[in-house]
Write a protein that binds this ligand. Structure first.
Ligand SMILES: Cc1cc2nc3c(=O)[nH]c(=O)nc-3n(C[C@H](O)[C@H](O)[C@H](O)COP(=O)(O)OP(=O)(O)OC[C@H]3O[C@@H](n4cnc5c(N)ncnc54)[C@H](O)[C@@H]3O)c2cc1C
Length: 451
């Protein structure tokens, strides 16, 4: 029970507002992307500034509450919301200041990828993010950030110049190469464990227009298309990034598709993509020149808010025939037409950074192999979850003991070590320095799972 006077005092310290269960916006604000998550915080602080976040830390300490931190609320694990505690909601902190001359942007933690792209593209600029535009920049960047610009410009976290972060003792610190460099190392991949990041400063690059879009073949052609795709992707320059996927087309047939993004002169990209586009007889080919913002929105339609999600993922170094056979077999029996299995490419600059340069450890030319299971009805939970687990288990002979932290589910605490590999112990040490009591535990927690 929180006393009314404590609540009044807390409210008076905030520029933003507080929502209690009886308030009109409470339900809409506690709900996140994944409809499987139905948690009820005791209160939600809708922060307007870093000072509000500092006030939240003080309130949490005084009241001994659990806390959770919400950026875009897109993570499938649902760590952005807690039951019975304080939810620190940053989603209204949407300040964004682009400096076109210095090619830098200072972006507050409530921005989505769509918000950031829109503001930066007004100046013909962009920084690497992900491929579904309502995703929050905060969670995405703090875990790594794999997207269409990764081959040419690296991960989102590789493009950070600095962050403003409120730590467990309630201080607002700048983490940068020359200020708290250990913290700056750790937030680039392990960020959710260390504090509340209130803003990010990214480097920007000239981007657009691009060649983007997708091409698809009948599922039966996957055993022919994917070995070609694996070789083609391996040989492609940094400017080209590719994602393959298994999904159900609008007419209900199962297909294998490849999405592309060429970040360079349009005529060169069109020429380079010809061998892929002339492979077999595609059932659809929507590859074309487009604006960067349209490329970034290209994946949105397949991931509407409010569906139920259960995901499993691992990195895959090569697409061997055995793995392709498993993917084809399981796609044929997939219980939901909304589910996709993706092979998101990580290569070029993103793979070239040393594995120890940031907390994000998985620096290889590889595929992020994602089983993105989604459905509508809770009555279908059991069979969708079972199918996902069975596919993940069947892929085990071909995948690495390595996973991207942002793809971990709520039931995968035992895989947190695999998310950081050789960087795990160093990350735990930085966590112990800046958050010795594990104050920030509503995340894929490295302190609880160090055994
Ligand atoms: C449809 C979809 C597509 C995706 N595509 C990609 C992709 O292309 N590339 C990619 O790399 N990832 C992708 N992801 C994964 C994505 O990176 C994660 O879900 C990410 O955590 C989302 O960030 P968020 O701010 O929306 O998340 P939230 O759910 O708000 O937060 C995720 C975690 O970060 C913590 N956190 C959030 N904000 C802060 C903050 N400011 N300070 C400290 N901790 C914070 C939260 O407490 C939580 O533990 C995708 C996810 C979805 C659902």
């Amino acid at each position: 029970m929180i006393k009314q006077c404590a609540l009044d005092d807390f409210r008076s310290k905030l520029r933003g507002d507080i929502l209690l269960p009886q308030d009109a916006d409470y339900d809409a604000t506690r709900r996140i992307f994944n409809a499987m998550i139905d948690r009820r915080p005791a209160l939600i602080a809708r922060c307007a500034s870093a000072a509000d976040v500092v006030a939240c830390i003080g309130f949490k300490r005084a009241e001994a509450l659990e806390i959770s931190v919400r950026g875009g609320g897109h993570n499938v694990s649902g760590k952005a919301v807690c039951d019975g505690g304080l939810m620190i909601d940053l989603s209204r902190m949407k300040g964004c200041r682009v400096d076109p001359l210095r090619r830098r942007v200072r972006a507050e933690a409530g921005l989505t990828l769509a918000d950031l792209d829109r503001d930066c593209q007004a100046f013909g600029l962009a920084t690497p993010t992900g491929i579904v535009s309502p995703t929050g920049i905060a969670g995405l960047t703090l875990g790594g950030g794999i997207g269409w610009l990764g081959g040419k410009h690296g991960l989102s976290c590789d493009n950070l110049e600095s962050v403003d972060i409120v730590t467990a003792d309630g201080r607002l610190l700048v983490a940068a190469p020359t200020e708290h460099p250990d913290l700056f190392w750790a937030v680039r991949g392990g960020g959710a464990n260390l504090g509340v990041v209130t803003s990010f400063e990214y480097r920007l690059h000239e981007v657009g227009p691009v060649v983007g879009g997708g091409i698809a073949w009948p599922l039966a052609r996957a055993k022919h298309v994917l070995p070609f795709y694996d070789e083609f992707a391996r040989a492609c320059p940094d400017e080209l990034s590719l994602n393959a996927g298994f999904f159900t087309a609008e007419d209900g047939t199962k297909v294998v598709g490849v999405k592309v993004a060429w970040i360079g002169p349009l005529d060169v990209g069109e020429r380079l993509l010809k061998p892929l586009r002339s492979l077999d007889s595609p059932v659809a080919d929507g590859i074309a020149p487009m604006g960067f913002v349209d490329l970034q929105r290209g994946g949105d339609g397949a991931f509407p808010r409010g569906r139920r999600h259960y995901w499993k993922a691992s990195f895959l170094r090569r697409l061997e025939q055995g793995a392709i056979d498993v993917l084809v077999e399981f796609t044929a029996t997939c219980p939901s037409p909304y589910t996709q299995v993706g092979l998101q490419q990580m290569h070029g600059q993103a793979a070239r950074v040393s594995p120890t340069e940031t907390a994000f450890a998985h620096r290889h030319d590889q595929w992020d192999c994602l089983i993105l299971t989604q459905w509508d009805d809770s009555a279908d939970d059991e069979r969708n979850i079972r199918w996902t687990r069975e596919l993940h288990a069947a892929l085990r002979p071909w995948v690495e003991d390595a996973v991207y932290v942002n793809n971990l589910g709520d039931d995968e605490a035992d895989r947190v070590r695999s998310a950081y590999g050789a960087n795990f112990d160093r990350l735990v040490a930085v966590k112990a320095k800046y958050d010795p009591d594990n104050f920030f535990r509503g995340n894929q927690n490295v302190a609880e799972h160090r055994i």
